[in-house]
Design a protein around this ligand. Structure first.
Ligand SMILES: Nc1ncnc2c1ncn2[C@@H]1O[C@H](COP(=O)(O)OP(=O)(O)OP(=O)(O)O)[C@@H](O)[C@H]1O
Length: 588
């Protein structure tokens, strides 16, 4: 994105706080006036001290007090409004970013590290907040102050004022010189931080795995590489910053020494008063700093523009919904047809070929097959997370591609394999199935899911906090909460990705019972792993390497031999698990 374009977009956020910027404009002007006023005041006081005549010390003292008071008030108002505007802009951008992220298609989450998406919300957001207030105001204030200080100094000693100002502009070039490298460095650093955050998320979310497999050293090694990369980029950024400020300081000090020595000469030959020299010294910083400081301000602005660029790129991604969708639930019975669909995540490698099946309300279809056969991908297509390349999916004879995504998804309830739950209470998690459900409906869903008894035994019953992702619950309890959530949704099509993890017998039969209640009257598709589930299905579809290699009832398929027979025998007919990891027929 062109920097100019990024700046305009940033300005559109700032313009929403026009009145605060008007106040900041006044504090800036008053601040400039006070800086100049202080130089004038020192000039007056010094000259009064040297002069023997009648000096109005009282009025000088009063002026000093007024300058001081105005400085205090101005600094308070200025800091307060800068912080206020910055945090409001950051808040808006943060909300817009998340609003966008929530509406992005599944493919976006597929292609981007979650840590990188997180850093859009954190460090990038922070950099923008600073740029929209301190940096941008200083970029206006500094040259303005420099011009006014120059005009004032001209009235004191014009030759000296001219000498000072000739040196200053040299430093403007410095900013332009280093700006590009700073921006590149900031972009690389952000990518590195994003990767590191993703890795940390994986590490913290997998403590049981790394502890069991003794992966601590390996993970530390990966983190070490990532952390070292960041450190290298930070050092490189520091080097650019250091060169920038060293060059700027050299120019600043050089101009200071020149001015001071020449100023002393002008005082000694009588063309300037000592008060004038004091005022010069007081204003010299304001005269040269704008030039020296501009370089580093420019650097900050480049960094912020880098951050804004990344955020706006994200905001420009194509979204699924124009607005955040309301939760909608369609409760009319649904006849589902999958008609010759073919799909590829990557064009050169199709993962589903010519898949067809149909399910009526009250019917259950079980999909079984080898790992990587495409079972979950069918669910993703049904839910409109990805679009098939060929074929049609129809609900009640309507092509789902002609439906809005909210409408399509309103037909479905899902019980995922890993029972995704959110931190919060048991009640909140069940209520996610239907945000308008009454307490009685929530309780009744919990009861039908065989979850009520254990919920009531929890320390705070329905109000018990289940921890991040439900860490305080057992596997079977989490499954039953997920089933209660789906029951509460009461949608006509149920997608059930059966958990492969074996539960103890009691838990297993509680879950099984709950699932049977959930399936009643619905159009159900199960990615099935348990023989009992499969045997009760109206039709079993056997999937291998993206193709339906067999279909029929349990008995028909067993008699036919083939992959189904292998899967069942591999599961040893124990009624526990049809092993999803057995190799496909063609690989066998
Ligand atoms: N998000 C994705 N991006 C690219 N390829 C993918 C993606 N998800 C799955 N695949 C590939 O698509 C194929 C089918 O995967 P899918 O997850 O549908 O299989 P599955 O039958 O559900 O497997 P399992 O039983 O192991 O869960 C696999 O080859 C897999 O590598």
């Amino acid at each position: 994105m062109k920097p100019k374009h990024t700046i305009w977009r940033l300005m559109s956020y700032s313009l929403q706080y026009k009145s605060s910027y008007v106040i900041l404009f006044f504090t800036m002007i008053l601040g400039i006036g006070l800086d100049l006023g202080m130089a004038w005041y020192l000039n007056q006081v010094t000259n009064a001290a040297i002069a023997d005549g009648q000096v109005l010390w009282k009025s000088l003292a009063l002026t000093g007090v007024i300058i001081l008071l105005l400085n205090v008030i101005n600094s308070y108002v200025d800091t307060y409004f800068k912080t206020r505007v910055s945090s409001k802009i950051r808040n808006r951008i943060r909300l817009d970013t998340l609003k966008k992220l929530l509406r992005l298609p599944e493919s976006h989450y597929n292609e981007n590290h979650s840590g990188e998406l997180l850093s859009r919300m954190t460090s990038d957001n922070q950099a923008i907040g600073r740029a929209c207030t301190d940096t941008i105001i200083d970029l206006i204030r500094s040259p303005l102050l420099a011009i006014l200080a120059f005009v004032y100094l001209l009235t004191i000693q014009w030759q000296l004022a001219l000498i000072c100002v000739i040196i200053g502009p040299m430093t403007v070039l410095i900013g332009a010189l280093y700006g590009k490298s700073l921006r590149r460095n900031s972009q690389e650093l952000q990518t590195g931080v994003g990767k590191m955050t993703s890795l940390l998320q994986e590490i913290f979310g997998s403590s049981i795995v790394f502890k069991t497999f003794g992966l601590e050293k390996k993970l530390f090694g990966r983190f070490h590489t990532s952390s070292e990369d960041i450190s290298r980029l930070e050092v490189e950024g520091g080097r650019i910053h250091a060169s920038l400020s060293a060059t700027a300081i050299a120019v600043g000090h050089f101009s200071f020494i020149i001015t001071f020595v020449l100023g002393a000469l002008f005082v000694s030959n009588g063309s300037m008063t000592i008060g004038g020299l004091i005022a010069f010294i007081q204003l010299l910083n304001h005269l040269t700093w704008p030039f020296t400081g501009m370089a580093s301000l420019w650097g900050d602005l480049q960094q912020a523009l880098g951050a804004a660029d990344r955020i706006f790129k994200l905001m420009d991604q194509k979204h699924e919904y124009t607005e955040l969708p309301e939760q909608t639930i369609n409760q009319q019975p649904a006849y589902l047809e999958v008609d010759h669909i073919t799909f590829a995540y990557n064009p050169s490698h199709p993962v589903l070929h010519q898949i067809s099946f149909a399910v009526r309300p009250g019917q259950v279809i079980a999909i079984v097959g080898s790992s990587g056969g495409g079972k979950s991908t069918i669910f993703k297509l049904l839910l409109g997370l990805f679009q098939q390349n060929e074929g049609q999916i129809r609900i009640n004879h309507t092509d789902t591609q002609s439906m809005k995504l909210e409408e399509l998804r309103s037909y479905f309830a899902l019980v995922p394999q890993d029972n995704v739950l959110y931190s919060g209470t048991v009640r909140e998690n069940i209520a996610n199935g239907n945000l308008n459900a009454t307490e009685d409906e929530i309780r009744s869903a919990a009861q039908d899911a065989n979850a009520l008894d254990f919920i009531l035994e929890l320390p705070d019953g329905f109000e018990t906090d289940i921890g991040e992702g439900g860490t305080f619950l057992s596997g079977g309890q989490k499954q039953r909460i997920a089933i209660a959530r789906a029951l509460l949704r009461n949608a006509p099509i149920l997608l059930l990705d059966e958990a492969t993890a074996a539960l103890d017998r009691k838990s297993e039969s509680l879950v099984q019972e709950a699932l049977e209640r959930l399936m009643v009257g619905r159009t159900t598709i199960i990615i099935a792993h348990r023989l009992s589930t499969i045997q009760n299905a109206d039709e079993i579809i056997v999937l291998d390497q993206g193709r339906i290699v067999d279909r029929g009832s349990h008995e028909q398929l067993l008699a036919a031999g083939g992959l189904y027979q292998q899967l069942v025998h591999k599961g040893n007919q124990t009624d526990v698990i049809v092993d999803p990891n057995v190799s496909g027929v063609s690989n066998a």
